[in-house]
Ligand binder design. Structure first.
Ligand SMILES: CC(C)(COP(=O)(O)OP(=O)(O)OC[C@H]1O[C@@H](n2cnc3c(N)ncnc32)[C@H](O)[C@@H]1OP(=O)(O)O)[C@@H](O)C(=O)NCCC(=O)NCCS
Length: 144
């Protein structure tokens, strides 16, 4: 059974661990703590048997939802957890009147791209050499 809720300061250790293991630690624990205080930032976690196993991080900018990161603990992948997390987020932002969700993803990140496509995101454009290591970004969006 997966449950989804807003992240709190008590989740920071789990968030930082999943971030460093799954996303190369771009966001430090302190940076994630700062995000919890920002009015335009949202962090949601998925729990399974009271263990935080995934999170989504986004910014709400005007009527757009910018999905910054989604990550599932490697031990819990391919069980529908990231999908449940994103579906929960999308349900909430649609109800609140946001117009679209936007994101960028490494062009080689097939699992994430498949996840987003399975939720209805479409490929918009490639931003060449967007990442510091020279990899291209795929920009995707979902409008409703
Ligand atoms: C991408 C990621 C968040 C997916 O998390 P997850 O909880 O395993 O995803 P789900 O089980 O909800 O998968 C939902 C759908 O996504 C797609 N998907 C997920 N993992 C996939 C994989 N390894 N290969 C292909 N498709 C995949 C499938 O369409 C899947 O549906 P299905 O299992 O019914 O086929 C996870 O692999 C991860 O944390 N990766 C490292 C962090 C990352 O790259 N995040 C994205 C940054 S933009």
């Amino acid at each position: 059974m997966i449950s989804v809720r807003a992240a709190t300061a008590a989740d920071l250790d789990a968030l930082a661990r999943i971030e460093s293991e799954s996303l190369s630690g771009t966001w430090s624990r302190d940076a994630l703590a700062d995000e919890l205080e920002k009015t335009f930032a949202r962090l949601r976690v998925a729990e399974r048997e009271r263990t935080v196993c995934a999170f989504v991080h986004c910014w709400l900018v005007a009527d757009e939802v910018h999905v910054l990161n989604v990550a599932t603990d490697a031990a819990f992948r391919r069980r529908g957890i990231a999908r449940a997390l994103l579906e929960s987020l999308l349900e909430e932002v649609k109800a609140k009147g946001f117009a679209c969700a936007l994101l960028e993803v490494r062009a080689s990140n097939a699992p994430a791209i498949e996840l987003y496509r399975s939720l209805g995101f479409r490929d918009d454009t490639i931003r060449a050499r967007y990442y510091s290591d020279g990899e291209d970004a795929l920009l995707m969006s979902l409008r409703w």
